[in-house]
Design a binder for this molecule. Structure first.
Ligand code: CMC
Length: 430
């Protein structure tokens, strides 16, 4: 740690406080404010954590101004080109890329754990209403895994943590495909462990027991790349939710379910679903101006979905890669007029003063929905796809947090703005 310090003074009485400055491997320096309450008797105030680092982490780094993203030091572009999703999972969990042996072993570790308990498949999953939103089912079913894996769960045992990671990564596609099949009234498919991770998912979603299912390598590869791009994104809302929930020492499956719930929101993972709904609503290139005006109107709640990001104030690097995949997929699956609409919308938005001034660029979700739609994945399953991909990120952060000797329960403070102390009047006086 460096001996750089930030000195702040209280202009009410001239008191000064010295706070250590922390220097990261990359990115912005941070002021360690943890001693401020002791020194000054004051807490810090930062709604929405726009200026606050909640933890140190060695997993993912992103530079929002430059539009760059790295997992364990590797640029996302190189990972998308040279690795498959399970290799990236290994990297996120273990810190290094696997060699061939390690990759094969990891593949086996994951693919042999794809089955879920029969009473979960036949009992719990089938008990949802047929039209339940798959993210509602996912939240419940993932949480219910804590009932299957609670006895003997020792989160301080590194092997048990790795086993938990493997189980979650392995079972997500089985559960996700099961939710889809439940929605459309078809029998849930068993996983087939000799397939690739995304090939198995495609088969469980689109196969049926009555006829053979042939996996399309274009779809398999496109999903694999999308999963790599969504695998982690440092301290986003859902990852922070998983960290906060897990800081209590709770069952990890329950904590991941909390992350699933956080991801569902339209400001986070739900945006990919919202983008397609928006494109359908806009309908034609002729209506774009009207919707751009709505997005700029402060009295209109409408926002251009898939635009803007809390951290990226430049083109989201994931959006760039996804745009390429989108063209590859549509070359095979036929054009979708929504792609033309999306590209036109992007063209207008990135030159419009309102968006330029606020640095609002397309984010990861702007094009991903068009790919999913081309592959025949229904809109309400889009955030489920994100959930599967992000599971490894959540569990890597959980693992990192539990093994950190400085881990503390997360407990933010508040600026109380309610009534001052008052006495409870008798009923006759109320
Ligand atoms: N359309 C129109 N105006 C916008 C948009 C948008 N999509 N996003 C931000 N703005 C405006 C906002 O009104 C504000 O204007 P002003 O300064 O005049 O008040 C300014 O830009 C800054 O916005 P903010 O809400 O303070 O920014 P934020 O960092 O709190 O929010 C965001 C980030 C992603 C929630 C927001 O940009 C948004 O709602 N985007 C649409 C939803 C979306 O695509 N979400 C997916 C995020 S990427 C996937 C993920 O990581 O989960």
């Amino acid at each position: 740690m460096s001996d750089k310090k930030l000195t702040i003074s209280d202009n009410r009485n001239g008191d000064t406080f010295e706070l250590p400055i922390l220097t990261p491997t990359r990115g912005q320096e941070m002021v360690d404010i943890s001693s401020l309450p002791k020194q000054s008797g004051m807490f810090t105030y930062d709604p929405g954590f726009t200026a606050t680092g909640s933890t140190s982490s060695a997993i993912t780094f992103l530079d929002g101004d430059k539009g760059e993203l790295f997992y364990r030091g590797y640029p996302i572009e190189q990972l998308a080109e040279k690795c498959n999703y399970l290799e990236v999972c290994y990297l996120l969990l273990n810190g290094e890329l696997p060699n061939l042996d390690q990759s094969e072993q990891f593949n086996t570790q994951i693919m042999r754990r794809t089955m879920v308990a029969e009473n979960l498949r036949y009992g719990l999953m089938r008990s949802f209403n047929h039209d339940a939103h798959p993210m509602a089912m996912m939240t419940g079913v993932i949480g219910s895994l804590s009932a299957f894996y609670h006895e003997g769960m020792d989160i301080y045992n590194p092997e048990m943590r790795m086993l938990t990671a493997h189980r979650l990564i392995a079972k997500m596609p089985t559960i996700a495909a099961g939710c889809y099949k439940h929605n459309i009234g078809q029998p849930m498919q068993f996983p087939q462990n000799d397939l690739s991770y995304t090939g198995n998912l495609l088969k469980m979603m689109f196969g049926n027991p009555c006829e053979p299912y042939e996996i399309d390598p274009v779809a398999e590869k496109a999903l694999d790349i999308l999963f790599i791009l969504h695998a982690d994104h440092e301290q986003n809302a859902s990852t922070s939710t998983v960290r906060l929930a897990s800081s209590t020492g709770c069952n990890p499956y329950a904590a991941i379910a909390a992350g699933v719930a956080a991801l569902w929101g339209p400001a986070h993972g739900g945006a990919n679903e919202a983008v397609l709904t928006m494109l359908d609503e806009i309908g034609s290139v002729d209506n774009i101006d009207k919707y751009i005006a709505k997005a700029k109107d402060k009295n209109d709640p409408f926002r251009l979905m898939g635009f803007g990001h809390r951290v990226y104030k430049n083109y989201d690097p994931r959006a760039k890669l996804i745009k390429t995949v989108c063209h590859d997929v549509l070359a095979k699956y036929g054009n979708d007029p929504r792609l033309e609409l999306a590209m036109k919308l992007e063209e207008i938005a990135v030159t419009d003063e309102y968006f330029v001034e606020r640095k609002l660029y397309p984010n990861v979700d702007f094009y991903s929905g068009i790919i999913y739609a081309a592959l025949g994945i229904p809109v309400n399953m889009f955030t489920v796809m994100f959930t599967m991909a992000r599971t490894v990120g959540w569990i890597s952060h959980w693992n990192e947090m539990i093994e950190d000797p400085k881990m503390k329960i997360g407990r933010p403070r508040q600026l109380y703005t309610g009534k001052n102390m008052r006495n409870v009047p008798d009923m006759s006086d109320r």
